[in-house]
Design a protein around this ligand. Structure first.
Ligand SMILES: Nc1ncnc2c1ncn2[C@@H]1O[C@H](COP(=O)(O)OP(=O)(O)OP(=O)(O)O)[C@@H](O)[C@H]1O
Ligand SMILES: [Mg+2]
Length: 324
């Protein structure tokens, strides 16, 4: 018989479970399943073990995004909250349960998917998520055609997202069809998945602002499970120009002054054209990508091309027929 005191074999994570149970922060069932190792949320998923400097480094990845000051500030707050909760836990102070599911609202092309992908990676780098991948789904991926099909499809999407982020685009459309619609079943299944796989994935629901408000009101379980709201405003003209420069630069191109002039005019026209839905940064990216193809056709007609010419987008590369 080993003479060692059994408590000497208890790992630090298990001490924490006992502490939380004693402080009435954890139900007896959860405490037992965590201690027996049957509970799938391990400590690496629910807490962050890192220095403040490393965390600041991770957060600085957001700086490369143009504009989005409000979003950046909110993301900083989220990470500060998580970090300070962890410090409080280490100091044996009361902690709040981490609920990191989010609502993103904003028009098309305002950076919602881009930021979701970045947050997933940042959570991975902090140890909050295991894989940090993004599974982007919409109504058709979650809602089935017969009884039982919806639950199966939603569960499969959640399974695919474990360790990462489940991003539900146009989430509003799940609530659109009324009580008999299978969309409601998908929402119930999502709420259940959030409980069953606590801390194993982050759900982000996205759509237009008013629609998201309505969506949250359709199921009493939703508001408390999605406490973080990030609004993505439309980009200003100067931010759109900066995004154009950045997109060109990413592909190792630059805009000649006359090209920038034309581009500015095109963006202004598109902003004023109320008959079309303006797709913000996506509109600008598409313009640059088309200009790159036009530049290639222009240069292909010549026998010799300098390095400088290979890098430069000119006004004629932004042809009129590309306004959309
Ligand atoms: N702040 C930004 N800085 C640089 N590029 C950006 C920024 N925001 C968006 N983009 C670029 O614009 C494109 C559209 O962005 P994204 O797909 O994230 O928008 P979205 O809000 O998810 O749009 P939708 O609602 O239509 O799905 C992407 O190619 C992305 O790289
Ligand atoms: Mg998107």
């Amino acid at each position: 018989m080993p003479s060692k005191n059994r408590w000497n074999q208890v790992r630090p994570t298990q001490y924490r479970v006992i502490d939380e149970f004693e402080q009435s922060n954890m139900a007896v069932g959860e405490a037992l399943s965590r201690l027996s190792g049957k509970y799938r949320t391990d400590e690496a998923n629910s807490t962050m073990h890192m220095t403040r400097e490393r965390l600041l480094q991770i957060i600085s990845r957001m700086d490369s995004l143009v504009g989005l000051d409000g979003v950046k500030e909110m993301v900083r707050q989220i990470f500060a909250h998580v970090y300070i909760q962890e410090q409080r836990r280490l100091a044996r102070l009361k902690t709040d349960p981490l609920v990191l599911h989010m609502v993103f609202s904003g028009n098309p092309g305002t950076g919602k998917t881009t930021v979701a992908r970045l947050i997933a990676e940042m959570f991975r780098d902090c140890g909050l998520l295991e894989k940090g991948h993004l599974v982007e789904v919409e109504r058709a991926d979650l809602v089935g055609e017969y009884i039982g099909h919806t639950a199966q499809k939603t569960r499969e999407s959640i399974q695919r997202a474990l360790g990462g982020v489940l991003f539900i685009d146009e989430a509003y459309s799940l609530a659109r069809g009324g009580n008999k619609d299978f969309g409601r079943e998908a929402i119930d299944c999502l709420v259940k998945g959030i409980e069953d796989y606590r801390n194993q994935f982050v759900a982000i629901i996205a759509g237009y602002e008013n629609e998201m408000k309505y969506f949250l009101s359709t199921n009493p379980g939703l508001p408390s499970r999605f406490p973080i709201h990030l609004h993505f405003p439309d980009y200003t003209l100067s931010s759109l120009i900066a995004i154009a420069r950045q997109t060109a630069q990413e592909h190792q191109y630059k805009l000649a002054p006359d090209a920038e002039f034309i581009l500015r005019r095109k963006i202004q026209q598109a902003l004023l054209d109320a008959s079309r839905e303006f797709s913000n940064a996506r509109f600008v990216r598409n313009l640059i990508e088309k200009a790159i193809r036009h530049q290639a056709s222009r240069l292909f007609q010549r026998s010799r091309v300098s390095r400088e010419e290979l890098m430069t987008l000119r006004a004629e590369d932004f042809r009129e027929e590309d306004v959309f």
